[in-house]
Design a protein around this ligand. Structure first.
Ligand code: RP5
Length: 155
């Protein structure tokens, strides 16, 4: 994530990864405040064994795009809900990549963070039967938790 202030959103991605037993690292890598850290992380991530990068950023959210420019790992971008424009600036900044350097962009905020983790797990599941089984169980539990009728039947 681009800042410690993004953790309130990105912790939801981390929680899903914990639930699914997917190993991960949580790092603050700011594209504009710590560009050397960004460069080093993105250039060494694949060699270090990372398989997918989830990059959450807000404001001028060039972190996911810059990361995608520096690694051929799949990069999933989570637009953080900014104060001034409610994350629409983050969304546009992340989603509107020129053709050639893709960033898989999720929804703004908590939903995007959760879905980024689920999507990362689905990518890993293609080559990891144990992750696949846990992901299928998670989805099945989610389906099972949906009531057939509203709890308050009052009209
Ligand atoms: C981006 O700027 C971060 O991703 C964060 O969402 C936003 C604001 O950062 P702080 O000023 O709170 O550190 O780099």
């Amino acid at each position: 994530m681009g800042s410690d202030s993004d953790w309130g959103t990105m912790r939801h991605a981390a929680a899903i990864l914990v639930e699914l037993g997917v190993g991960f690292e949580t790092l603050i890598v700011s594209a504009h405040r710590t560009p050397d850290r960004l460069y080093h992380f993105a250039r060494t991530a694949k060699g270090a064994g990372f398989k997918v990068v989830i990059a959450g950023a807000g404001g001028a959210a060039h972190l996911p795009g810059m990361t995608a420019a520096l690694t051929d790992l799949p990069v999933l971008g989570v637009p953080i809900e900014s104060k001034t424009l409610h994350g629409q600036d983050s969304l546009y900044s992340i989603v509107q990549m020129p053709a050639g350097v893709p960033v898989g962009t999720l929804a703004i905020g908590k939903a995007g963070a959760i879905n980024a983790a689920l999507l990362a797990a689905a990518i890993l599941a293609l080559a990891d039967k144990a992750v696949e089984a846990r992901l299928l169980a998670w989805r099945s539990a989610q389906t099972g938790a949906v009531a057939e009728r509203p709890s308050d039947g009052e009209i």
